[in-house]
Design a protein around this ligand. Structure first.
Ligand code: SF4
Ligand code: SF4
Length: 99
């Protein structure tokens, strides 16, 4: 007799690769390069960034990381920033430092 699938009785297999316990990306902001356009704040799909009430030396409000755990490392903020003032480093340690 054919067995039917029953999610309550069947123990599902554990994932082979353990889930990450840290966000995929870490955001860095070069405050003094920022011109306060807010592209990065407005278009971040995860609302990671917010605008600081403080000013940089040029007199612009700059972004700060409000929700670091939500960053998905999509790099959108990096590609949108016209001043190259923000970048994201992957938290996956799949690279090695060459000497
Ligand atoms: S990498 Fe993506 S999710 Fe992370 S801060 Fe930039 S736009 Fe937001
Ligand atoms: S996109 Fe660049 S210049 Fe614009 S607010 Fe963000 S960091 Fe500043």
């Amino acid at each position: 007799m054919k067995q039917s699938y029953s999610p309550n009785k069947t123990r599902l297999r554990e994932p082979v690769v353990p889930r990450q316990k840290f966000p995929p990306g870490k955001v860095f902001i070069l405050v003094e390069r920022c011109k306060g356009c807010q592209f990065c704040v407005e278009f971040c799909p995860k609302q990671v960034l917010t605008l600081s009430p403080r000013f940089n030396a040029k007199g612009y409000h700059y972004p700060v990381v409000e929700n670091p755990d939500l960053c998905v490392n999509c790099q959108l903020c990096y590609y949108l920033c016209p001043e190259l003032a923000i970048y994201v480093v992957s938290n996956n340690n799949n690279h090695t430092i060459q000497k």
